[in-house]
Design a protein around this ligand. Structure first.
Ligand code: 1HE
Length: 259
């Protein structure tokens, strides 16, 4: 792949966006690479770290390419649908994706981050949807994915009032799950990925796909779908040895430590 480097660390794949000269802006070929990776990942990969090269996570749509291609409305709509497909594969696959964020997470970069499952951020991280100022609009899924995280009202305010959220504000509204020190996001994201890679496949599938899908359903349908998923997960034969370890007091106990 030309724009994404893939490194394997056991069951974890570390994906690095490598377009630092454009602040990791997303052009069509990078979206194609994301799509191909998440389309049929190697079954031995059980978790992914998504990180980027340079000081910024992602500057959004590649504005240079957008200018040069001078696409028509239908062409741009199809491009957006390509982003949606790629990010859907990431969000609704059964592999946990942990984002290691720093610097700008803006426009399409925020749309990319919103499709990941756990977001770790360094203090330099900031969020914005500068589409309003640039006279464009979101097209990579922000109206759905970002609005669901921060609320539609906050997203409208962010765009109309041209607000930039720092890492603390990002944490307060759900864009960040954990703030770490400068230069520490990659290592922390890897540690989370390595632990998540040890979960049963079927459990990760239920967590990643089930929770998002169920929240698109009515209450009745959601509760029904939850019972079906729970029926599959709770009767997984692999679960029995873990329960036996718990009864034998060999499994780690939960501790009341917060984060
Ligand atoms: C780019 C892009 C880009 C930088 N497309 N080339 N996104 C934006 O509006 C964000 C635009 N970018 C920025 O605000 C800043 O570049 C950053 C805050 C991310 C970083 O600032 P800085 O000072 O480190 O870098 P820079 O000098 O602004 O940019 C360095 C180079 O990266 C420069 O190119 P150079 O040839 O002059 O070195 C920039 O042109 C290039 N660059 N950002 C292309 N985005 C599906 S719809 C989604 C809608 C959107 O995402 S709209 C885009 C929103």
């Amino acid at each position: 792949m030309a724009n994404i480097e893939i490194e394997r660390r056991g069951k974890v794949a570390i994906l690095t966006l490598c377009r630092r000269e454009r602040r990791n802006a997303l052009d069509e070929s990078t979206i194609g690479e994301i799509d191909r990776f998440f389309d049929r990942p190697d079954p031995a990969i059980r978790a992914v770290v998504l990180r980027t090269d340079g000081d910024h996570f992602c500057a959004g749509l590649d504005l240079q390419e957008h200018y040069e291609l001078d696409r028509g409305p239908v062409e741009f709509m199809r491009m957006c649908q390509g982003w949606h497909r790629a990010f859907d594969k990431m969000q609704f696959g059964s592999i946990p994706v942990i984002a290691a964020m720093k610097g700008a997470v803006v426009g399409g970069g925020l749309e990319l981050a919103a499709a990941t499952h756990v977001r770790v951020a360094e203090p330099s991280t900031f969020f914005a949807l500068p589409e309003g100022q640039r006279g464009v609009f979101t097209g990579g899924g922000a109206t759905v994915r970002v609005a669901r995280i921060i609320t539609p009202a906050r997203m409208i305010d962010m765009m109309i009032a041209a607000r930039t959220y720092d890492v603390k504000r990002g944490f307060d509204c759900g864009l960040v799950h954990e703030i770490v020190g400068e230069g520490e996001a990659d290592a922390r994201a890897l540690a989370i990925a390595e632990a998540a890679a040890e979960h049963y496949d079927i459990t990760n599938f239920a967590i990643l796909t089930g929770i998002s899908r169920i929240n698109d359903m009515s209450t009745t349908d959601g509760l029904f779908a939850e019972s079906l998923l729970a029926g599959m997960v709770m009767t997984n034969p692999q679960l029995r040895p873990s329960l036996e370890a718990f009864f034998a007091k060999k499994a780690p106990r939960l501790e009341p430590k917060g984060e």
